[in-house]
Design a protein around this ligand. Sequence first.
Ligand code: ATP
Ligand code: MG
Length: 297
Amino acid sequence: MSDRGFDATTPLAAELADLTRRRRALTDVAVPRPTTTRIIAVANQKGGVGKTTTCVNVAAALARFGAKVLVVDLDPQGNASTALGVDHHGDIPSVYDVLVGTTEIADTVVVSPENPHLLCAPSTLDLAGAEIELVTMAAREYRLARALERYRESDAGADVDYVLIDCPPSLGLLTINAFVAAREVMIPIQCEYYALEGVSQLVRNIELVKGHLNPQLALSTILLTMFDARTNLAQQVVDDVREHFADQTLHTLIPRSVRVSEAPSYGQTVIAYDSGSPGAVAYQEAAVEIARRGVTI
Ligand code: ATP
Ligand code: MG
């Protein structure tokens, strides 16, 4: 212990010094904008792995770096809409109306109160029925893709840099619509036991969609979430995932952080709620990696 009562060699002090350095690095980081809209489906059929948290925080971070970002909330739970401070109750125009063909995306889009570059196409509970209603509809797998094409051709959507689609925890028609609309899939994987369970099935589904419905689709990104440095298990999961998906896995690890889980209850992303917290810093670093890697995709 030093005579000022603060030992700079403790793990906590080292962690704080590291966070300060990383925060500084983010203040003048150069983040390239894509030359054409990147459409990324954030998917994992396993529940609670951090899909929505990843979707809204990466979106908010990209918007903070100057990109124009649309989040499409494709989950009837509406968690992404909530986290972006966007109303998703009652009789509002929503992604459901887009899928059944009565509304255009542009008419559903709401600007998030936290950033004028951050947009959301909200979902409502109606979407829970869409999976069944879509079954009998023409071009049922292509409905989101076509709607996004029309949006990008419209004045409102022409300059959108990123579309991030928050998928529900299933591999049903909603997720298939996301895979047909997207060029890229991002899989958040929680650093827990059984982390890789289900991922091979997910990868098979991506391959199936690529083979039959959308030849441009690629698994571009894997992001490890809710990492807890105190457990050996979390580190084992990281090593395993990096071994299986060496090219796709981001260097950035998202730590388990209370601030990340608190933010949605304030209708905010952690980027707005506490931008200097470890989770917010990590999500901004992940966004920088995604922006840079995209340049070569
Ligand atoms: P679902 O399958 O239900 O859509 P999901 O995969 O979208 O879930 P999230 O809702 O993003 O998962 O996260 C699940 C829970 O874990 C939420 O309560 C969220 O606040 C919490 N959470 C996510 N990431 C973190 C983190 N880095 N630190 C702490 N809590 C987190
Ligand atoms: Mg979710």
